[in-house]
Design a protein around this ligand. Structure first.
Ligand code: ADP
Ligand code: MG
Length: 668
């Protein structure tokens, strides 16, 4: 059978299943064999409870240490609960309605459990557990993305059958395959679905990812050719110096540099497509306003899209200080429909020059008289779609502001035809946060140090990974922490904030903390972005080894916001985590930290494992496959000469994909 034939020809696929498969975009044999496992259950390695990270899915082996108990909270729901132990820790397990399994559980039995280690409601548990009484035979089992009506077993069967009856198309000559050490496509497809070992999975995946990224890079070059041919708002006579005079502070060199880069873009005759990256607090907002200032001066309107209403509001307040108030519009601020219509009127007749709103509000709803620029602030998805909708196809300059630490090496490749500016300097007066690793031996000294900070009138944060002490876990619990803190610092007021509190309660505690009525805030990780208490100078993070570096960096960013020297204490007794944690001691550069995190941990946690919305990429992961991304980009650069046949094939594939998915490709 041919790759492009319908899967209906396969045994076991009738009309109903065919329709179900279409829901996950499988209609041809090609779609089916390229429907790759999103993961593999790794039965080849047994993980210890005490060594797994929270959130990690793994294969555990343990003995049942508590007599299973049964609860029936609803008529059709029966929950059987027990605990297993493996010498390094204890974990609770709940199973739902699996009657035959329940009857085989007894204290002392050995069990294998595939599931995700979590801490919830104060306990360590294995969530979504799959129980095995014997160790499974295969070392790896594929896990496919599914939809209702399909099972893993069905997918395995269909794919096995498809691979048997059809012949995949090899894009490359054997000399090309040898040159780049790639397995043939047929072998690769077989191994990716039915692997013999982890090494086989890796090789097979690499081949498939290689193809995807080569085509992807070709798509980017095709697109780049197009965007260069366009026309858009032409700007002249803008000056950074003049703009700076309207500001209450002096710009940093980094800010000036980025503004010049923006000016060069918009004064030329190409469309600006620029990503501005800078750590939280590096002063990106003023850069955005400079770009809007240039537009306004030349009679063009600008749109600023913020991720939340609070941020939109904040931008609005800054904007009215820099621009005539009647030219600034904040769409989220409209109290009623009439007012909103008025705003729309001002946007379409061109009297509003600076338009601010949330992504949701702006999406596809506006008609601008003379649009020049769209700025997306703190958006993780880069809004090609919004941009297109907003403009109805017109060309427009775009600026994306992001504090998400996308590692430099990655963004340079990923945003091949997007230019990047990096704000690598903080406004003056901010002192570097001194960061220390605290082992048990130093704990008392740290407690004493913080006492001195408190008596000098400062405030501090204690962050713990858990709410209550989990059985068998060493993690410091926030509640217990609070008790301890009250004993340590009887003269100070301490309060606990955690995710289970109501919003109003959280808000009240936060307000009290920011007014200084509370000196010590003990919390789980709910102290998110946006909390700004300049008087807080110490951040203590318990069990720091449990957090990712990028997350620790974000937490640390809560202090050092005023003129006082600030401190961050990473408390951990896990020597094996020290190498990783030392990155934070040495560096305060969010990008460097993200890059190190990626190297040390593999990937994943930085922007999420699957890249947002890159639907042309099924197998490739733009974070972890960054090397292949670079490699294929380089290969492509010389391919037309050296491998003209292959180049032709890749170009055809790229064009075909572009035609269908123009708006959804990587920059979305
Ligand atoms: P972010 O890059 O996180 O968006 P902001 O633009 O919100 O940062 O800036 C953080 C704070 O720093 C704001 O209060 C802003 O007014 C201030 N700021 C920005 N640039 C400077 C500067 N050059 N000098 C002093 N303060 C500045
Ligand atoms: Mg910002």
């Amino acid at each position: 059978m041919e790759l492009n034939e319908s899967v209906k020809g396969l045994s076991g696929i009738g009309e109903k299943i065919f329709q179900t498969l279409q829901k996950i975009e499988i209609s041809t044999l090609k779609d089916l064999v390229y429907h790759l496992p999103r993961a593999y259950k790794d039965f080849s390695h047994i993980k210890k409870i005490g060594e797994a990270r929270f959130g990690e899915t793994a294969f555990f082996e343990g003995k049942i240490v508590s007599q299973p108990t049964v609860k029936r909270p609803k008529r059709n729901l029966e929950i059987t609960s027990f605990q297993i132990a493996d010498g390094t820790g204890i974990a609770a397990v709940d199973i739902f309605n699996q009657f035959y399994i329940k009857n085989n559980l007894a204290t002392g039995n050995t069990l294998y459990i595939y599931g995700r280690l979590e801490h919830r409601f104060g306990k360590v548990r294995i969530a979504v557990p799959e129980l095995y009484f014997k160790k499974p035979e295969e070392a790896f089992q594929p896990v496919y993305p599914l939809t209702a009506g399909l099972t893993q077993n069905m997918m395995r069967k269909f794919i096995r059958e498809a691979l048997r009856v059809m012949e995949p198309v090899e894009l490359y000559s054997s000399s090309f395959l040898r040159r780049y050490k790639l397995p043939g496509i047929k072998a690769a497809l077989k191994e990716v679905h039915f692997p013999e070992s982890a090494a086989h999975i890796e090789k097979a995946r690499e081949r498939i990812v290689f193809d995807e990224l080569l085509i992807f890079n070709r798509m980017l070059t095709l697109l780049g050719d197009e965007s260069r041919a366009q026309s858009c708002a032409r700007i002249n006579e803008c000056s950074v110096q003049e703009f700076e005079r309207s500001l209450p502070f002096e710009l940093t060199n980094a800010q000036r540099r980025v503004m010049k880069e923006i000016m060069d873009d918009i004064e030329g005759d190409t469309v600006m497509n620029r990503l501005v990256q800078g750590d939280v607090g590096s002063g990106k907002t003023v850069i955005a306003f400079f770009a809007m200032y240039c537009m306004r001066k030349n009679g063009y309107q600008s749109v600023l899209m913020a991720p939340t209403e609070i941020l939109a509001r904040q931008h609005y307040e800054t904007a009215v200080k820099l621009f005539p108030e009647n030219e600034v519009i904040c769409l989220t601020g409209a109290p009623n429909a009439k007012k909103k219509d008025e705003m729309r009127q001002k946007i379409s007749d061109g009297s509003a020059m600076i338009i601010i709103g949330t992504h949701a509000l702006l999406y596809g709803e506006l008609s601008l008289k003379r649009p020049g620029l769209v700025i997306t602030d703190e958006q993780h998805r880069f809004g090609v779609k919004q941009r297109a909708a907003l403009l109805g196809g017109r060309d427009i300059h775009t600026l994306i502001m992001s504090a998400t630490p996308i590692p430099r090496t990655l963004s340079l490749v990923l945003f091949g035809h997007t230019d990047i500016s990096i704000v690598d300097e903080l406004p003056p007066g901010r002192k570097e946060i001194k960061t220390y690793l605290i082992h048990r031996d130093k704990y008392d000294a740290m407690v004493g140090f913080i006492r001195r900070e408190l008596s000098a009138g400062r405030q501090c944060y204690f962050v713990c990974p858990l709410i209550e002490e989990g059985e068998g876990m060493e993690a410091k619990a926030a509640k217990q922490m609070l008790e301890e803190i009250r004993k340590f610092y009887p003269g100070s007021k301490a309060a606990l904030i955690h995710g289970k509190l109501k919003n109003a309660e959280k808000q009240e505690i936060m307000d009290d903390f920011s007014k200084g009525k509370i000196q010590i805030l003990v919390s789980t990780t709910v102290i998110e972005v946006g909390i700004n208490v300049p008087n807080a100078t110490a951040m203590v993070i318990m069990n720091a080894e449990r957090f990712g570096l990028a997350q620790l960096h974000q937490l640390r960013g809560r202090v050092g916001r005023g003129g006082f020297q600030s401190y961050c204490f990473l408390v951990s007794d896990h020597q094996e985590a020290y190498e990783r944690l030392r990155v934070l001691v040495r560096s305060s550069d969010g990008f460097e930290i993200a890059e190190k995190d990626m190297q040390l941990r593999g990937c994943g946690d930085i922007i999420g494992t699957r890249q947002h919305g890159v639907s042309t990429l099924k197998a490739a992961n733009l974070i972890t496959d960054v090397e292949l991304l670079t490699e294929t980009k380089e290969i492509l650069a010389n391919m037309e000469k050296v491998y003209p046949k292959e180049y032709q094939m890749i170009t055809e594939q790229a064009k075909r994909q572009l035609a269908g998915k123009l708006l959804e490709i990587a920059l979305n």
